[in-house]
Design a binder for this molecule. Structure first.
Ligand code: NAD
Length: 496
């Protein structure tokens, strides 16, 4: 099912029925803000104009979500029934996976094969997992004196706003929606401007699966209008956000200036991949480069800093440069493509700017260039870059969100740890070594929410994901995500 076959994806893309309106209270409605005018980064083609939400439209969606919540059609449904509806929703996504994958590939340039095999598989798995979990969440009955009974229960928080980015548009959406819905909340989804079509189709499938009207609403639009209106709305109880640190901090400000709603920020990263002297250098460098170039480098966890012992630095640069030359962009609609298009011209110019400044300030360019790459005429493509730099270089400090790998030499383990921990971020890190003692002591000192040892990007729905420091403090996935969307309530009963 998740295996892409055939060579007619461009023709199929031309016949996609793309939804272009807001989805509120189970119906398609026009938004009143300036519409969105998306462009496919695959070939620069204009896509249909999308109706966008104003603050008043967002208010309408929030009222619809609140009504649905208070009505109890979802919030007070037996957890088992809610779970079964989420599993039915997962099945709908599964049955429409090719269409959704193609939509993602069209709107943000991800290789179709990756959209299907990786993204859609994860989305189906996520909704299924929380659907199965819905009736297996246990509350507490603490020990009290014989003449009293105390219940500690988890209640759905109410109205949740989910504001998500474009790089893994439906995976990020699923990570928010599935746990929020599983415990009975109503949700308003604000997709990223580049990836609205797939979000609208997802909401339609939820509706078809039987999730009641008003429980899942989608308000497309500009971040500083539709996103901000959700952040500032006094009847939104929780904002769950994935995106840039700058916007994440804005949401904390919106909350402070409105109703003090809970904000769960999952922000950017600058993953260090730390290769200890005993590690298999070739394997570690190849995995790191692959992890940096995957999804065109547009990943919060992209392993964009490779830290190697000084004596191995030149060899590491060579290996990484080989991987870069083997990973050139191609048509996202071809099923053999592993690197697709950069999401937009603006993002491409930003990536190129980082590489130009790196070159101008002494970085050693081992692979790639400052120029765009042509894979499909009119599209936005950029070939992977490998640079040898010092740890304080701009490219080694800032999140580029593009396929640019910084190779950095270290002198000893203390130096390596200082470099690895020496950015504002703390999302993920990788460690390469077979020395058990070193793995234990070094992994504990890496300031990151996730540490991968002798692997990269491994995970499971059972495992929480999220960062520390400037990468935010929200946690997606696993039963821990349930905590984000519930209120803890104590009921004390005095017995006769
Ligand atoms: P972004 O912060 O620009 O946008 C994210 C969302 O916020 C979008 O829906 C956008 O419309 C909205 N938004 C933008 N400005 C807003 C404002 N002023 N007020 C309210 N909402 C606003 O991020 P992006 O470019 O879509 O995604 C890239 C960023 O996301 C990177 O920093 C990346 O590291 C991060 N990311 C993090 C994770 C994670 O799990 N930690 C996963 C994927 C992406």
């Amino acid at each position: 099912m998740f295996t892409a076959t055939g060579d007619d994806w461009a023709e199929r893309a031309a016949t996609l029925r793309l939804r272009t309106q807001m989805f509120v209270d189970g119906a398609w409605i026009e938004g009143s803000a300036e519409p969105l005018s998306p462009i496919s980064p695959r070939d620069g083609r204009k896509l249909p104009v999308i109706s966008a939400a104003s603050a008043a439209d967002v208010d309408r969606a929030v009222r619809s979500a609140r009504r649905a919540f208070e009505s109890g059609t979802w919030s007070r449904l037996a957890p088992r029934e809610r779970g079964q509806l989420l599993i039915a929703f997962a099945q709908k996504i599964h049955d429409n996976a090719e269409e959704l994958a193609l939509t993602i590939s069209l709107e943000m340039g991800k290789p179709l094969r990756e959209a299907l095999q990786t993204e859609l598989r994860a989305v189906v798995n996520c909704f299924r997992w929380y659907g199965e979990a819905a009736d297996k969440i246990l509350d507490e009955l603490p020990v009290t004196a014989p003449n009293s009974l105390a219940l500690v229960t988890r209640e759905p928080a109410g109205v949740v706003a989910a504001v998500v980015p474009w790089n893994f548009p439906l995976t990020m959406t699923a990570w928010k929606l599935a746990p929020a819905l599983a415990v009975g909340n109503s949700v308003i989804l604000k997709p990223a401007e580049h990836t609205t079509f797939s979000a609208l189709r997802l909401a339609e499938l939820a509706h078809e699966a039987g999730i009641p009207a008003g429980v899942l609403n989608v308000t497309p639009g500009a971040g500083d209008i539709a996103g901000r209106a959700l952040g500032e709305h006094r009847d939104v109880d929780i904002v769950t956000f994935t995106g840039s640190p700058e916007v994440g901090r804005r949401f904390l400000g919106y909350s402070a200036a409105s109703n003090g709603k809970r904000v769960w920020p999952e922000l950017g990263g600058k993953t260090a991949s730390l290769v200890l002297p005993d590690a298999d250098l070739e394997r570690a460098v190849r995995a790191t480069a692959d992890g940096c170039f995957y999804n065109q480098g547009q990943m919060c966890t992209a392993s964009s800093r490779l830290l190697v012992p000084r004596a191995q630095r030149d060899r590491a640069l060579e290996i990484a440069a080989d991987v870069a030359r083997e990973t050139l962009p191609a048509d996202p609609f071809s099923i053999t493509t592993s690197m697709g298009a950069i999401v937009s011209e603006k993002q491409l110019a930003s990536i190129a700017g980082f590489v130009q400044r790196a070159e101008a300030t002494g970085a050693e360019l081992a692979a790639g260039s400052t120029e765009r790459f042509t894979a499909v005429d009119g599209g936005s493509y950029f070939a992977p870059v490998v640079v040898g730099v010092t740890p304080d270089h701009e490219v080694a400090q800032r999140e580029i969100f593009g396929p640019v790998l910084s190779v950095i030499a270290y002198d000893d383990v203390e130096d390596a740890l200082a470099i690895a921990n020496g950015t504002e971020y703390g999302l993920a890190a990788a460690l390469w070594s077979t020395d058990l003692n070193a793995v234990h002591s070094v992994s504990r000192r890496l300031r990151a929410g996730v540490v991968w040892v002798n692997c990269f990007e491994e995970g499971d729905m059972t495992i929480p994901f999220g960062g520390v420091k400037g990468s935010g403090f929200g946690r997606d996935k696993s039963l821990h995500a349930i905590d984000k969307f519930t209120d803890m309530k104590t009921t004390w009963i005095e017995l006769a």
